[in-house]
Design a protein around this ligand. Sequence first.
Ligand SMILES: C[S@@+](CC[C@H](N)C(=O)[O-])C[C@H]1O[C@@H](n2cnc3c(N)ncnc32)[C@H](O)[C@@H]1O
Length: 336
Amino acid sequence: MDELLGASGVLRGALAGVLEGLPARQASGAVERLIASYRGDTPTHAPILRDRADVAAYAAYRMPATFEAVRGALAAFAEAVPGWAPGSHVDVGGGTGAATWAVRATWEGARPVTVLDWAEPALDLGREIAGADPLLREARWQRARIGAALTLDPADLVTVSYVLGELTEADRAAVVDAAAAAAQAVVVVEPGTPDGYARVIAARDRLIAAGFRVAAPCPHSAACPIVPGTDWCHFSARVSRSSLHRQVKGGSLAYEDEKFSYVAATRLPAAPAPARIVRRPQIRKGQVLLDLCEADEQLRRRTVTKRHGDLYKAARDADWGDDWPPPAPPTAPAEP
Ligand SMILES: C[S@@+](CC[C@H](N)C(=O)[O-])C[C@H]1O[C@@H](n2cnc3c(N)ncnc32)[C@H](O)[C@@H]1O
């Protein structure tokens, strides 16, 4: 089995195991508590994930979605930095380890991994889940509180996934600055809401001020062309629903779409996309409408019609979040 494709199957299997031994009622009660906490006041002054039932619910209910969102962000980053793979990874506010699995599913091979979080039960369960995968088994799970005193050991890649929303503004700045001081590449992912996007933009500004360039999703490192308050840049990742999802949310849909905002920035030489598709393409008869963020710092709608030949075919296959135009496929070596 392909090493990268295999990672999400192993994760799913491990997550199914997490719920064994947790009565269905208790699991759905914990999920409902979690949803209420995340709707309540943040920043939080104490961990939301307090015990095994909370973290099991988080892992089963949210981790597949945060995993897919981070994987989407990392895929775009990897396209902009081809040939590079992180030699080490630190996941800050890593919880049960969704981003470590996403890194595992993006780049082949093993690397030293450290997951930092202030919630001990989350770290314990993350360690247990990671035990299912030989490449993650050696990861270090360490208690750490994000705050002004946070410093990180040097690492090629630092991820901060679905964490900023739980922090004060000062702590958000502190974690982004600590990541920038420690890493060659920093990937920040947040929910795809107006607030999540605003936090991503604030992080993006700090990373650029620290000397980073944006590798994805933006085609440039200048200011975001979205007028604040009018729209928000976000993307979508498809997540298959677990039985717990169906139990809590009802309905029989086999999947749901996780909306996320992100920035992937680096000190490495990077080749950002010439343009990024920032909404779901609209397919009409004989034409495709693409909403693009372009390298000249403008948002534009482009219409690709049948007259554009191969580009039209590519537009019909294009997806929200993709580079545009798609990278040319590698050409076959010429016959001798
Ligand atoms: C929504 S969860 C995200 C977990 C994981 N990164 C993911 O993508 O699934 C937020 C995580 O941030 C951690 N966290 C929140 N505030 C923190 C703080 N001040 N210091 C350390 N960890 C914190 C929580 O314990 C929790 O594990």
